[in-house]
Design a protein around this ligand. Sequence first.
Ligand SMILES: Cc1cc2nc3c(=O)[nH]c(=O)nc-3n(C[C@H](O)[C@H](O)[C@H](O)COP(=O)(O)OP(=O)(O)OC[C@H]3O[C@@H](n4cnc5c(N)ncnc54)[C@H](O)[C@@H]3O)c2cc1C
Length: 381
Amino acid sequence: MARVLVLGGGFGGLASAAELRRTLPAEDEITVVASSDRFFVGFAKLWDLAGIRPLAEGSRSLENLRRHGIEFHHAEITHIDAATRTVETTEGTLTGDGMIVALGAGYRPDHTAMLGAPAYNLYDAAELPGIRGSLEQLDSGRVLVSILGAPYPCPPAPYEAALLVDEWLRARGRRDQVDVAVSTPQPLTLPVAGPDASGYLADRLAERDVTVLTEHEVQDIDHDTRTATFTDGTSVSWQLLLGVPAAAPPVVVAESGLAEPSGWIHPSRHSFATGAERVYAVGDCTAVPTAAAQLPKAGVFAEAAGTVAATNLAADLHGGDRASFDGQGYCFLELPGQQVATVRGNFYSEPKPDVRLTPPDHESFLAKQRWETERLESWLG
Ligand SMILES: Cc1cc2nc3c(=O)[nH]c(=O)nc-3n(C[C@H](O)[C@H](O)[C@H](O)COP(=O)(O)OP(=O)(O)OC[C@H]3O[C@@H](n4cnc5c(N)ncnc54)[C@H](O)[C@@H]3O)c2cc1C
C-alpha cells in the first residue's frame, strides 16, 4: 500500500487527487492537506461582486473528498521536508511515499500593505461584502481597478471586474456619474496572450468607456485623500479602489528546499517533477518558463499540470505510462451581456505563444458555466 500526500485543495490539488484516485489501486491512500475548507473557482468571486450569484452557491466543502475515497486533512502546513516527503501541520505530522505540492500563491506583502477599506483586495473573497457595500453607496467619482504588479493569477480577471462594475452601474443608472478605470504596470492588457488579444480587449474596454492606464505602476495609495500615485509622479483620484496585488510564493513553499531563490518552485515544464524524488509541484506555487515570461497562473493550467503530475507519480509508484504537458491551454474572457471570448493555443510555442482569440458569444458563456459545474461535481459532488 502506498500513501500519497497532496498539498493544497485548490485547482491543482483537486485535479491531482482525482487523477490519483482514478489511477492508483484502491488500497493506496490519498490525503489532501489544505488550510481552506471549501473550493470555488476564481471567477465565482467576480459573479458575487457583480450580484450575479452569491459565492456560497458556487462553492463546495472539501469534506466531500471523502465521498470520492480521498482523505481530507484540514490544517495549516508549517514545514515541508521534501527529501522525506514529510509535512508538519497544525494538526500533526504526515509522511507520504509520494507528494504533489499545489499550495497556490499568496500576495506580495508590500502590495497588501497599501490596501484596506476603502481600497480593497479584489482577489480576497473575505473582502467581497465590503466591496459590494461600497458599490451600493457609490453615486459619483471613480472606481479604479489597479493591478499593482505581475505576475498575478488570471490575467484577464481585473479587466473582467471593470466590465462587470460598468454593467452593474449602468443597470442602476449611475454610470454617467461614476468613471471606471484600470491601471496596470504592464505595457499591454494581456501580455501573455500577445498584442492581438490585448488590442481586442482594449477595444472592448474603450467601447464601454473604461479608461486603461498601461505602464502605470502604483507607488502609493492614500486612503484619506483617496488618490493613487504612480511611479512617474502622476496620480488619479478614486472613490472605490479594487487592488490586485502581485502573486508571492507561500513562505512554506519558499522554505521547503524545493524552491529557487525567488521562492517559486521551477518543476520540469513537461512532467512537473521537482528535484526531490517522487515530489511534484503544480499550479500557482510554480514558475514555469515560456517565451512570454511564464505560464499564466490560472486554474486551467493548475488542473492540467495536476493531472500530468498525478499520472507520473502513479507511474513512479507502480509503473505504467507517463504523461507530458505540451503547453496547450485556454483562458476565458468574459465580456458584457453574458458573452465569453476564449484565448486558446500553445503557450509553450517559440518564439512566442501560439494563441488565438475566438470572438465572444453566449454559447461560450454557457460553456464557462458548465466548466465550473463539471469541476464542482466531479471533484466534490
Ligand atoms: C477573480 C479571479 C478569477 C479567476 N478566473 C479564472 C478563470 O476564469 N480561469 C482560470 O483558469 N483561472 C482563473 N483564476 C485563477 C485561478 O483561481 C488560480 O490560478 C488557481 O486557483 C490556482 O490553483 P492552485 O491549485 O495552484 O492554487 P489555489 O487554487 O490557490 O489553491 C491553493 C490551496 O493551497 C492551500 N494552502 C496554501 N497554503 C497552505 C498552507 N500553508 N497550509 C495548508 N494549505 C495551504 C489553500 O488553502 C488552497 O486549498 C481566477 C482567479 C481569480 C482571483
